[in-house]
Write a protein that binds this ligand. Sequence first.
Ligand SMILES: Cc1cc2nc3c(=O)[nH]c(=O)nc-3n(C[C@H](O)[C@H](O)[C@H](O)COP(=O)(O)OP(=O)(O)OC[C@H]3O[C@@H](n4cnc5c(N)ncnc54)[C@H](O)[C@@H]3O)c2cc1C
Length: 556
Amino acid sequence: MSATHEVLNQSTPFVDRNLFGVDPALREAVTRNGAGWADAQLTELGARLGSAEVAEWARLANVFAPQLRNFDRSGRRIDEVEFHPAWHQVMRLMIGAGVHADPWAEPRQGAQVARAAKYLLCSQVENGAQCPITMTYAVVPVMQRFAAATPAIARDWLPRILSHTYDPASRPIEGKHGALLGMGMTEKQGGSDVRANTTFAAVAGRGEWGERYVITGHKWFFSAPQCDAHLVLAQTDPGSPAGLSCFFLPRWRADGTRNRVFVQRLKDKLGNKSNASSEVEFDGAEAYLVGEVGRGVPTILEMGNHTRMDCAIGSAGIMRAVLTHALHHARERRAFGRLLAEQPLMRNVLADLALEVEAATTLVLRLARAFDGRHAHVEHEALLARVLTPAAKYWICKRLPAVAVEAMEVMGGNGYVEENPFARFYREAPLNSIWEGSGNVMCLDVLRAFGKTPSVRAALIVEIQAARGANRLLDAFSATLVDDLARTDIDESEARSLTERIALAVQGTLLVQGAPRTTSDAFCASRLVPGAWGRTFGTLGKGVDVGPIIARALVE
Ligand SMILES: Cc1cc2nc3c(=O)[nH]c(=O)nc-3n(C[C@H](O)[C@H](O)[C@H](O)COP(=O)(O)OP(=O)(O)OC[C@H]3O[C@@H](n4cnc5c(N)ncnc54)[C@H](O)[C@@H]3O)c2cc1C
């Protein structure tokens, strides 16, 4: 057919840009939080992740979802997951950049912040691969903590986990150059309430890697079953509250045979297509005790602290991605004789989204700094991390779906079509809020943090009063919050509204301290004043100077 028309007024794909370079808010937050030394690494990673080639890997890894192969051609059980080559490329890129382990391999001031920035950049491209990446990262502090009690695990596994080599081969650990780890807690009868676990671990004497147990039962959600090992929870004494313990469950047993972990099926998920999430049964699977018997929940919670932080960082990253694509489109697409980015109402929407994204970015990097401090035994930072982790996970993950929808709409009909990345990000958007402790569970954890350690409240108050006097709207908002934090009668039903206000107060404080005045003023005037802001984006008040906010949001 001959050409019937010339293709006009379609925006170009946002590729071959440096994702770190285009984002001043991220660059400044990295420096402010003590990781300026990582600038060159982040610039290099930002360029790679922003390339057309990596964008194509991300697309392919999601179009060609992983397949479960239960049997080999002779009928032997193998329970292997097959991935498209693009998945392996994405994994190789992230592991090569140390996103799964660098703060543990090379601890230094700002290491968590630098790694958080890398994770945030990765989130803008491919989210499925981030599941095994975050789980591997989060297992290491648990393994290091118990290294003295389980020296053989530390000896055989830690060097491989910390390496920058991606080794997807399914074989016993001694033949591998790199290793990945996952976690298994959730069972059919309960996920948030893991005490309901029925999977049972029976003592089986000492083994190659420590106190050996044999596990029988199941996990209803077991992501990345291709990992070389998982930390799992199982009962050692059913019916007793002291029964839940944490175990190291390798994919291949110490004697070099396949462990008895049977993948029943892969989950058919809304999004997160590239990542294999499975249902498994353990039929006498070999596993090794980690931590004390009966202390499984606190042991594995240390892993959860880190994956929860990553949920918040990952959501901030997806917000950043959709804002980037929306802004880029609005700067190229014309309607009614003007670019979308020049239309006053669209400018309100874009600036409003940009405020949300900068606030999320600044909060997650501050949280990462608290993790740096926590691992360096700085008390204030440890206390802050205790409350900010669930608060940031709750708030940022909750904000993401709204941001994703609005950004998609900036692209009009094209935004709803699979060829553009919005559809994939949209399907991904609810997930970080659900796994690793769903919204309510996070808010209840905020209350628990105050109840268990009263100094957490004091540390939070110090943080939200750090910018006192710089913005009167923030001062008023924080003062009311501080009064409420002093209440002794806060009950569970108030946990969401309290957590939201904590997150907003910290975001406001951080923006007042570090962002341009136009940004912090607009944030405080919209988010911190009851009735001043609408229920959708694009409702900033008339006095807001949206120009500098939009210009800062994407420097192309
Ligand atoms: C794609 C995907 C991959 C996953 N991968 C893994 C994995 O690898 N390993 C793993 O262990 N798990 C995994 N999970 C499971 C996930 O962590 C759980 O689904 C999640 O923790 C919630 O548990 P649940 O599904 O049992 O829901 P429930 O615990 O039944 O919770 C349902 C709802 O009730 C709320 N709720 C619970 N308790 C309270 C309360 N006291 N007050 C008020 N509200 C409450 C929750 O916030 C939630 O909204 C995965 C989930 C998904 C979707």
